[in-house]
Design a protein around this ligand. Structure first.
Ligand code: PLP
Length: 396
């Protein structure tokens, strides 16, 4: 007999679940981890099984393999969800969640602070399918009620907001939406289910970019959508209709990342806060957008609803020329210039939301930068930025 995992993990804490969820050594000759199953065809023992007259666990590679099923089950367990499906990217997960809830002729409310490509999907694809989008102020809270139409079938929230980190009163928005029988969809990539238990807070469908902290190593693209009891069946059905499935290596790497996600998130939180506080005290910085800072306008909501913060935040500099900002960025040695985030290496990007936000006015007093803080020594990171500020001053 091979030792198996504890069968009931119900009362156990998240850290323990991360160790055990989605693996069963007794099914893998005692080996600790679920291996990579590659495959299209699944062979059936007889015609009755082939034709679905008797049940079989796996039917075809696009519907799932033991590797993808392991990740889906693990994610459902740590999310408190009824089911989870995988997607080949975080954006594909956001799109799948919206297409699960919406049909032609519907109206959807989307936060003005949503991830840019999610916004483009609404404007350039949902519009073509006859689905109308209204972008709303992320700070709307219960006042979102005024924007509902008879055909409003879903509300998309994202907290904190992409680039600008506004907090949203998610329980208040969910209450209004549910009173009108609308589906509440969240992009929960920043906090992950470990720091924001989305389904407990009223979310029906939660989309996550596993590309970020679940991977933690900038070496894969993956999305996950988890659903509560009410939306689970519709989610899996929509997933199967699209057949937009994730690759086996990416699912396996994500399972590997899952085991240490708690440690990496706690470190990201510590590093992120340390750097945010340091930046807040720099004369070149006007303000830091990070909901776990006491000075942040969203701090009270963050403290009420979230269990932690991560290593992604922004800073608004005091007015500076384009050349000064480029001198700062281009000479950095430890902060890479690149998209995505949540890896072990630090990144920075300049951003400007003025050209695409429609429900709110974005007019910062100076240049805006978004930081993703990695696992380097914090003193080295500060020294790198300190030298950057010196280059900036030399340009002024
Ligand atoms: C990166 C990101 C996504 C998309 O993830 P990809 O895997 O890069 O497609 C979605 N939402 C948020 C908030 C993100 O930061």
């Amino acid at each position: 007999m091979t030792k198996s995992t504890p069968q009931s993990r119900k009362g156990m804490r998240a850290r323990t679940k991360l160790v055990y969820a989605g693996r069963e050594p007794s099914e893998q000759f005692g080996f600790v981890n679920t291996p990579i199953y590659r495959g299209s065809t699944v062979l059936f023992p007889d015609t009755a099984s082939l034709e679905g007259r008797s049940s079989s666990r796996f039917r075809y590679g696009t519907y799932g393999t033991p590797t993808t099923e392991a990740l889906e089950k693990a994610w459902s367990e740590i999310s408190g969800a009824a089911d989870t499906v995988l997607a080949p990217s975080g954006l594909a997960a956001c799109c799948l969640a919206m297409l699960t809830a919406l049909s032609s002729g519907d109206h959807v409310l989307v936060t003005d602070s949503a991830y840019g490509p999610t916004r483009s999907f609404c404007e350039h694809f949902l519009a073509r399918m006859g689905i109308e989008t209204t972008f709303y102020d992320p700070l709307a809270g219960a006042n979102i009620e005024a924007l509902f139409k008879p055909n409003t079938k879903a509300v998309l929230v994202e907290a904190p907001g992409s680039q600008t980190f506004e907090m949203q009163d998610i329980p208040a928005i969910a209450e209004v939406a549910h009173a009108r029988d609308a589906c509440v969809i969240m992009d929960n990539t920043w906090a992950t289910p470990l720091f924001f238990p989305a389904h407990e807070r009223g979310i029906d469908l939660s989309a996550d970019a596993g590309t970020k902290y679940l991977s933690g190593h900038s070496d894969l693209l993956l999305g996950l959508v988890s659903a509560n009891e009410k939306w689970a069946k519709r989610l899996r059905q929509t997933f199967q209709l699209f057949s937009n499935c994730a690759g086996p290596e990416d699912a396996w790497l994500a399972l590997r990342g899952l085991r240490t996600m708690h440690l990496r998130l706690r470190e990201a939180e510590k590093q992120g806060l340390a750097l945010a506080r340091w930046l807040e005290n720099r004369p070149e910085v006007s303000r830091v957008l990070h909901p776990a800072l006491e000075s942040d306008p969203g701090h009270a909501i963050w403290k009420r609803d979230f269990l932690g913060s991560t290593g992604l935040f922004s800073a608004i500099l005091k007015p500076a020329s384009q050349q000064a900002v480029e001198a700062f960025l281009d000479g950095l040695e430890l902060f890479g210039l690149g998209y995505s985030w949540g890896g072990y290496e630090s990144l920075v990007i300049p951003f400007d939301c003025r050209s695409y936000r429609t429900a709110t006015v974005w007019s910062p007093e100076g240049p805006a930068l978004r930081f993703s803080v990695g696992l380097e020594d914090i003193e080295d990171l500060k020294a790198d930025l300190d030298q950057g500020f010196a280059r900036m001053r030399a340009q002024a």
